[in-house]
Design a protein around this ligand. Structure first.
Ligand code: HEC
Length: 243
């Protein structure tokens, strides 16, 4: 191979690699549009873009609200109907279900490739409902272990000086989380001159006396501290605002 040929081959290889990377990038970006992309084969969804679409919390069930533009709020009575319908469809745990609420309030449901017209909430669909409310023993054990892990980490942080900078720990003033009163939040805190959440008071004590840095609400350390404090007061009656 001549030197010139080799250079051309090299340049071509770089071009090809570039195209390949761009293609992979596009494919990854497209797959990010999770549920919508997975269900783009659903003809109801295609037509839906002209109407308002409301997804259930699991992003697997959706209601197409006909007669309402995508940028328009749903009037209260129909919004309640949409909420009721989504709640109803949540009986079918992991199923992907598309419901269409007509302008005449008639409901059409597509599930497992079958279309059911004039569906009445609570009515039958050829799907076995999930056994909500009856977790298996194994599920209970897994959930309890996950919670226990968070509470244990909170216990550790509550007794350690690593949240602050001066060697003081929460437990030195609040042994077993005493005096933290999580069951009284939210409440007006005179120190903060506003209605505070439990985490605001955790941060208040982190700043002083611990001389540490405030934690964000979703900081795993804040979550652990809150979990520990609440677990210590388990069974207490909630008394929002109590002083
Ligand atoms: C030097 C002692 C001290 C330390 C250490 C301390 N606190 Fe406090 N904490 C207080 C005092 C004093 C109050 C104010 C009590 C009040 O005004 O009701 C308070 C209030 C609170 C409250 C609100 C209590 C209520 O009755 O509403 C929470 C929650 C709290 N602390 C959590 C923590 C956490 C979490 C830590 C560790 C990051 C911590 N505290 C460290 C002394 C301390």
């Amino acid at each position: 191979m001549t030197r010139r040929n080799r250079t051309t081959t090299l340049i071509l290889t770089f071009y090809c690699a570039g195209f390949l990377l761009a293609a992979i990038g596009l494919a990854v970006a497209a797959s990010g549009d999770d549920a919508v992309a997975r269900r783009s084969g659903d003809p109801a969804l295609h037509e839906a873009w002209a109407a308002r679409v409301v997804w259930a919390c699991d992003r697997r069930k959706l209601v197409i609200v006909e007669g309402v533009r995508p940028d328009e709020p749903i009037p209260p009575q129909r919004a309640q109907l949409v909420a009721d319908l989504l709640q109803d469809l949540m009986r079918y745990c992991n199923e992907e279900i598309t419901a269409r609420l007509g302008v005449d309030q008639r409901i059409t449901v597509s599930a497992r490739g079958l279309v059911h017209e004039d569906y009445l909430p609570g009515g039958p669909l050829p799907i076995v409902p999930a056994s909500y409310g009856e977790p298996t023993r194994r599920e209970r054990l897994i959930w309890a272990a996950a919670l226990e892990k968070l509470v244990t980490e909170g216990d550790r942080l509550f007794h350690s000086d690593e949240i602050g900078s001066n060697g003081i720990a929460c437990a030195m003033c609040h042994p077993h989380a005493s005096g933290t009163h999580p069951e009284t939040y939210p409440k007006f805190q005179t120190q903060l001159k506003k209605v505070a959440l439990l985490r605001d008071m955790v941060n208040w004590c982190i700043l002083n006396p611990l001389e540490g840095e405030e934690l964000a609400a979703d900081d795993p350390r804040m979550m652990a501290l809150e979990a520990y404090i609440l677990a210590q007061r388990n069974g207490k009656v909630i008394e929002v605002g109590k002083h």
